[in-house]
Design a protein around this ligand. Structure first.
Ligand code: BEZ
Length: 194
């Protein structure tokens, strides 16, 4: 699949007659809310885990030196916490462009804090997109994130803001927190040796 997913996403769902849609955010959507929403609720989805396995050429890296950003990987029994937004379908015109670097919209069941459910959409970059990087040891992911930067800023800022947002949501994401800790200690090592 080509990296630019704007047209794929436009064809995926027919929103005609639909007033609002739940959107589940597990990455930058949690802290970079640059779209209007009707309602916001902490939520989780089951069977998926957050992984820094997607390459970023357009936001947190460049084609020559891609950064790493979050996607979801299927894992039975896993729970991924995030933030759900009830949005007008027109919001996807903006978000499909913002998240065009390999992300497709998928339908999934959201569980809210009070145990109630709703169907919603989530952006996922699957392994068949050209920007996908896949698994690497935590230390390698941390080094890549610590050194990459793109038009939206340093890749490390993305990681650190996401980790702080997850903590505020009460999420325990060992993958994110392990990489955060490696990036923070590399940064303090740089400062103490410089
Ligand atoms: C998210 O926060 O859910 C997200 C952000 C960017 C791309 C894909 C997902």
């Amino acid at each position: 699949m080509s990296t630019n997913t704007v047209e794929h996403n436009r064809r995926r769902y027919d929103f005609s007659g639909i007033e609002s849609v739940w959107l589940f955010g597990y990455g930058s959507l949690i802290y970079k809310v640059d779209f209007p929403y009707l309602e916001q609720r902490p939520a989780m989805i089951r069977g998926w885990q957050r992984r820094f396995w997607q390459g970023s050429h357009d936001h947190r890296g460049t084609p020559e030196a891609p950064g790493r950003v979050a996607t979801l990987v299927e894992k039975p029994g896993a729970v991924c916490k995030g933030m759900a937004f009830r949005v007008s379908p027109s919001v996807f015109e903006h978000l499909d462009v913002r998240e065009k670097n390999g992300y497709l919209r998928f339908s999934t069941t959201l569980t809210f804090d009070d145990g109630s459910h709703a169907e919603g959409l989530v952006y996922i970059a699957t392994e068949d997109n050209e920007a996908y990087l896949g698994h690497a040891p935590d230390a390698q992911i941390a080094r890549q994130i610590a050194s990459a930067a793109g038009p939206s800023g340093p890749n490390a800022d993305y990681l650190l803001r996401l980790a702080e947002s997850l903590r505020a949501l009460g999420d325990d994401c060992p993958h994110t927190f392990a990489i955060e800790s490696l990036v923070r200690s590399a940064d303090s090592g740089d400062r103490s040796s410089g």
